[in-house]
Ligand binder design. Structure first.
Ligand SMILES: NC(=O)c1ccc[n+]([C@@H]2O[C@H](COP(=O)([O-])OP(=O)(O)OC[C@H]3O[C@@H](n4cnc5c(N)ncnc54)[C@H](OP(=O)(O)O)[C@@H]3O)[C@@H](O)[C@H]2O)c1
Length: 219
């Protein structure tokens, strides 16, 4: 199983690659800057340049060759405008999905927003363009020819992980979750076939991560 993590320099992504390394998984970190590639290589982590804005589908298809699982933990971030939301969070995601389809990937794991359903558009305020971008990226993925796993985390925190979460289809309320715990969930789902063609929300909760995921799967 060979995993490519795109957005590996991010708040969630950097925890994920540390965890994959600790587990001895076969993976590569996709980052945007040559200096980051060098820093990761110094830590004995395979790294490659991937920029879903600059790379076209053909270039991404070449770069994704040999990876059977792709994790998309990319985000344009809150400090850029709606143009980057469309370019990165929507078009960048769709290009990455197309490239994964071209390579017949076995799994595409999307870090989505907490609620990317159409009914969330009107309640998302300033985040409406982002919510719309995430909605259509998720929809594109669900209709693609490759297995998907879509994670919908609550508000992301920089707190240490607790390893305790709640998993659900779509909760009534809202919640938060440390980025480290989101990474732990990603690590669980990208190292098994147990969560293919599924999507779920995650927030901090009472159950250990593997147990919470297993209980959700067996519901
Ligand atoms: N904020 C929240 O409460 C919240 C809640 C639910 C879901 N999310 C989503 O969760 C995901 C991960 O969050 P996070 O906290 O890890 O975000 P983050 O720290 O902003 O990381 C995002 C990563 O995406 C990379 N990136 C940006 N543009 C790119 C491009 N064109 N090509 C390739 N990579 C690119 C960034 O690269 P650099 O490091 O080089 O800048 C960064 O490493 C995001 O998709 C976010 O939208 C956020």
């Amino acid at each position: 199983m060979s995993i490519l993590v795109i957005g590996a320099n991010g708040g969630v992504g950097h925890y994920l690659i540390e965890q994959l390394k600790a587990e001895g998984e076969d993976f590569t970190a996709g980052v945007r800057k040559e200096a980051q590639v060098e820093q990761l290589k110094e830590k004995n982590i395979n790294a490659t340049l991937i920029d879903v804005e600059k790379d076209d589908v053909q270039s991404l298809t070449e770069k994704f060759k040999g990876y059977n699982r792709i994790v998309f933990s990319v985000g344009s971030g809150g400090s850029t405008g709606a143009d980057k939301t469309i370019i990165v969070d929507l078009d960048g995601a769709v290009k990455a999905i197309k490239a994964s389809e071209a390579n017949k990937a076995q799994q595409f794991v999307m870090v989505s927003t907490y609620d990317s359903r159409r009914e969330a558009f009107d309640s998302s305020g300033d985040l409406k363009p982002y919510t719309i971008a995430k909605h259509y990226a998720d929809e594109y993925l669900k209709q693609a020819t490759i297995p998907y796993t879509i994670i919908h985390p609550g508000g992301l925190l920089d707190d240490d992980g607790t390893n305790k979460i709640e998993v659900g289809a779509f909760f009534e309320g809202r919640g938060t979750i440390p980025r480290e715990d989101v990474a732990s969930v990603l690590k669980e789902v990208v190292t098994t076939d147990d969560y293919l063609n599924t999507e779920f929300q995650i927030v901090s909760g009472e159950k250990d991560i593997p147990q919470a995921l297993t209980d959700f799967k067996n519901k």
